[in-house]
Structure formats: structure tokens, C-alpha cells
Design a protein around this ligand. Structure first.
Ligand SMILES: [Ca+2]
Ligand SMILES: [Ca+2]
Length: 286
């Protein structure tokens, strides 16, 4: 039997797509991928959690063509990843931050016991120009324990904000620098985008926009637009300005849209489908 779809059937299949749905290129065979980062030489890296809440089976892959090659192994539940100079930093959901060299050798940069509070669910990781890490702890998923930490290059850990400082910090997830002294954060439980002033020491945050559902990933494209994912509704939102009405795209064939990245050429969104075990590559929305 021919595997080539007759033109009529293809047209019929396309006609059934809901309005506004996007048909991404899909790469399969990933194990609960959570986050994408661009590394040296424009290579695409993906964190794969393995079995959730199982230690030592998580890893980082490199995308080569439409295949994934193992880069670093022996992690627990790797989530947010980001390169700083020649090191890849990884927020591990089990409560540590890994630092991985260019050859793929991981070391524990900081451990759960180094933190001043009980760790619940480490999620995203962002890095400022000075090399300070920001890590979101999404809390216990029952409305408590949300924290954002700062970790300096020499491993000094401090609390930026907790749910006790500002009760709206319920389940902080995606983080993104917004200029030198400001940090954007999306909340997975409330779907609200906030801006945290890192310099003021005010221990509060300002609401920027709302309505992003189970908000997870947060990136900025070359045009300065903010792009967010809604994990549960497998949607992508594009904002021309933080307070603009978002353009909403439904992702066809994706179960859960986690922490997205942008391809080095700026032409695609790279969206890890954590529940579906896939990587979706979507043309950059117009
Ligand atoms: Ca695991
Ligand atoms: Ca995330």
C-alpha cells in the first residue's frame, strides 16, 4: 500500500483543522521534554525529564536534523535550561541546579539543602547579564510554596520573592529578563504575567497581563514580541506589547505545550510536548 496520501484526502484532512490551528512539524520519541535552549554554535538543546519523580534517568539532548542525540545524562527531572558562556545550567524539578560543561559533563551546582526554604518543584531558570541565575519553584501545586530564587555565580543563594511576600505568586513558572533589573514571570495556576523589580527590594510584583491559562514557557522574539505557551490547552499566545491583546494559536497534534524556545534563525518556535513526548516545530507566527 502506498504511504502517499492522495491529494483529495490531504485536502480533506486540512479542511478539518479548526480555524487558527497550526500544523507544526513533529519530532517524536522524546521522554517528557520540558524546555529548549540555544547553545554555542546555534545548536538546539532539549531537557528530557524521563520518568517523572524518578532520579538519574533525566538527560539533555541535542537536535541534529530531525533526530535527537544524547548530550548529558544522569540528571533527575531536568526542567528549565539555559546557556551562560560555555556552561549549560539546568533547574531540576527534584531540587538542584546542574552545571554542564561543553562536553556534556554535569556537576551539582547547588543542592536542595543549600536553599533557605524547603524545595517543592523547581521549574524554570533564567540568567542575567552578570551570570546570576533566577529559578522558579512552582510550589506544591495546591497554592503554596511559590518562590523565586537568585543564585550568584559564586553560589550565594537569596530569595527574590515568596508567596508570603506577595500572595499572587502561586505557581511561578516561566521566567524572562525584562531589561537589566526586571524579571517577567508567568503563573501556571492563575495564568497571569507579572513583572518583578529585582533592584527595588520591594518584595512585590506588578501585574502585566492575564488570561494565559496554564502558562508555562515565556520567550521574546527578535521583534520584541512576547510569546507564551499554555500547557494544558496546547496554545501559543503572541503579544506585540505586554499589555496588547494577544494573538492566540492552537497547536494541532500537541498534548501539552511546555517551555518553548526560538530557533537560531528566528524562523520557528520549538515547543516541547511534555505529555506527548514530542518536539513541535512551528513556523514563527506572522
Ligand atoms: Ca526523571
Ligand atoms: Ca516550565
Amino acid at each position: 500500500m502506498s504511504s502517499v496520501l492522495p491529494l483529495v484526502a490531504l485536502a480533506a484532512a486540512l479542511a478539518t483543522l479548526p480555524l487558527g490551528a497550526q500544523q507544526p512539524q513533529i519530532i517524536t520519541g522524546l521522554k517528557q521534554p520540558e524546555s529548549v535552549a540555544i547553545g554555542p554554535g546555534g545548536k538546539v538543546y532539549v531537557s528530557e525529564t524521563g520518568e517523572y519523580e524518578k532520579a538519574n534517568d533525566g538527560y539533555i539532548s541535542i537536535l541534529e536534523g530531525d533526530k535527537l542525540r544524547r548530550f548529558a545524562s544522569g540528571l533527575d527531572d531536568p526542567h528549565g535550561i539555559k546557556w551562560y558562556r560555555d556552561r549549560l545550567f539546568v533547574a531540576d524539578n527534584m531540587g538542584m541546579v546542574w552545571r554542564i560543561d561543553a562536553q556534556g559533563n554535569p556537576e551539582r551546582f547547588v543542592d536542595a539543602t543549600d536553599f533557605p526554604r524547603k524545595i517543592t518543584n523547581f521549574n524554570d531558570l533564567e540568567i542575567d547579564q552578570a551570570g546570576n541565575l533566577y529559578v522558579s519553584d512552582s510550589g506544591d501545586w495546591e497554592g503554596r510554596g511559590g518562590v523565586i530564587y537568585r543564585i550568584t555565580p559564586n553560589k550565594k543563594i537569596s530569595v527574590v520573592l515568596t508567596d508570603e511576600d506577595d500572595w499572587r505568586l502561586v505557581s511561578p513558572n516561566g521566567l524572562l529578563m525584562d531589561g537589566a533589573g526586571k524579571l517577567l514571570v508567568v503563573d501556571y495556576t492563575t495564568g497571569i504575567l507579572f513583572r518583578v523589580d529585582l533592584k527595588g527590594g520591594s518584595k512585590t510584583m506588578e501585574k502585566v497581563a492575564a488570561g494565559f491559562g496554564a502558562a508555562d514557557g515565556l520567550v521574546r522574539d527578535a521583534r520584541g514580541r512576547l510569546i507564551l505557551t499554555n500547557y494544558a490547552a496546547h496554545k501559543v499566545y503572541v503579544l506585540t506589547a505586554p499589555d496588547a491583546k494577544p494573538q492566540e494559536l492552537e497547536l494541532s497534534g500537541v498534548e501539552s505545550a511546555a517551555d518553548l524556545g526560538i530557533s537560531p534563525d528566528g524562523k520557528s518556535l520549538l515547543i516541547p510536548d511534555m505529555g506527548g513526548g514530542k518536539l513541535a516545530i512551528l513556523p514563527m507566527p506572522k
